[in-house]
Ligand binder design. Structure first.
Ligand SMILES: C[C@H](O)[C@H](O)[C@H]1CNC2=NC(N)=NC(=O)C2=N1
Length: 92
């Protein structure tokens, strides 16, 4: 698990992501063109998440995708969340 200061420092290099202290997670909202685009991105992220055995918490409403990344095994944000957030930023 990372300290809150380490999380905030790491987020400087992750545009779009912020720390959600209540959920002990990092969060990004992504607005797509429409539902098929949102669903396609979820499939893409989902495949990568399964490969990494590191899975997002998320909600989708039509073209809006909210993603929270936290490490359940660690009880908070870890480097694995930062790595997956970086990967997501690279594909959107
Ligand atoms: C047994 C399995 O490897 C673990 O439960 C994995 C699965 N996916 C996971 N995903 C996330 N986000 N955090 C975890 O701690 C986690 N643990």
């Amino acid at each position: 698990m990372m300290t809150e200061q380490a999380i905030l420092d790491a987020l400087i290099d992750l545009p779009g992501w912020s720390y959600d202290a209540a959920r002990k997670a990092i969060h990004r909202r992504i607005i797509l063109k429409d539902f098929p685009q949102a669903l396609a991105l979820m499939v893409r992220i989902g495949v990568e998440a399964e490969k990494r055995d590191h899975h997002p918490e998320w909600t989708n409403v039509y073209n809006r995708l909210d993603i929270w990344l936290t490490t359940h095994d660690a009880g908070g944000v870890s480097r694995r969340d930062m790595d997956l957030a970086g990967w997501i930023n690279g594909v959107i």
